[in-house]
Design a protein around this ligand. Structure first.
Ligand SMILES: [Zn+2]
Length: 260
């Protein structure tokens, strides 16, 4: 468990650094906020969330995983999956679960109270991928325990999924100006910055679209895909309310679920 945590942390830092470099060299949208402020706030939030998740729920996730392995419990065991096939199917199954979890975060009022903290960012860049309310992370990790029990993944299947979902999230939140023809090609398989920027856009055509995190096929399959017009539909970013600099301060951010 420790080695997979170290690998996940190293991947997070490496992708974060590469995306920061790309945002500096070829940004998609001009920023009005200080980059150092955005990096400082969102990294502090991420460190605090990781620390608390490790204390509160990581042990339960690991215990659930050990239980499924010891008793060969879960659908993956019923199907006789092992090795690489089990890792690949684990990524697909958990990514599909993540699609529905994200959709539920938007459709169920109670869940939206927490998820809107992520959407309250008025700009979007690689640091936005670290902007989550602890309440949302606790709920999604609690549901994830149920998914682990149902599916029965291997430790490495789960570790590879965690690395991919974090890396893909950092990539598609990044404020990088990748040529559209390249993004269209990438988007046939995974979610691109243009596709996810649409999810954060206030433009009416973008409401309730593009929920996928790793594989873009889920949005096409479940009819929530929207190809956004980059010049007109990808600005402004955020929520109608709250707007303003207080969205980058800890206390107002943590109190977001209490605001209607
Ligand atoms: Zn969302």
């Amino acid at each position: 468990m420790n080695s997979s945590f170290i690998i996940r942390s190293a991947a997070y830092i490496a992708i974060f650094a590469v995306m920061l470099l790309c945002e500096w060299r070829v940004p998609f949208a001009l920023s009005e906020q200080k980059k150092t402020h955005r990096v400082g706030f969102h990294l502090s939030l991420s460190i605090m969330n990781t620390f608390l998740l490790n204390i509160i729920i990581s042990g339960t996730i690991f215990a659930t995983l050990l239980y499924t392995q010891k008793h060969m419990f879960g659908l993956a065991y019923v199907l006789g999956l092992s090795g690489g096939a089990k890792i690949v199917t684990t990524i697909i199954v958990l990514d599909l679960w993540d699609y529905w979890m994200h959709l539920a975060n938007h459709k169920i009022r109670f869940l939206w109270r927490f998820h809107k903290a992520h959407h309250s960012d008025m700009e979007m860049d690689v640091t936005t991928a670290s902007r989550f309310h602890l309440g949302e992370l606790l709920i999604s990790n609690g549901v994830k325990c149920g998914m682990i029990l149902l599916w029965g993944p291997s430790l490495w299947g789960l570790a590879v999924f965690d690395i991919l979902i974090t890396g893909c999230s950092q990539f598609h939140h990044a404020n990088v100006n990748i040529p559209l023809n390249i993004q269209d090609g990438i988007e046939k398989i995974i979610v691109t910055p243009r596709m996810h920027r649409c999810h954060h856009s206030l433009h009416c055509n973008c409401f309730n679209t593009n929920y996928a995190t790793i594989l873009s096929c889920w949005d096409r399959l479940f009819k929530s895909y929207h190809w956004a017009e980059p010049r007109n539909e990808l600005q402004p970013i955020g929520l109608y309310d709250p707007r303003g600099p207080h969205t980058m301060k800890f206390v107002p951010f943590l109190l977001t679920p209490l605001k209607d």
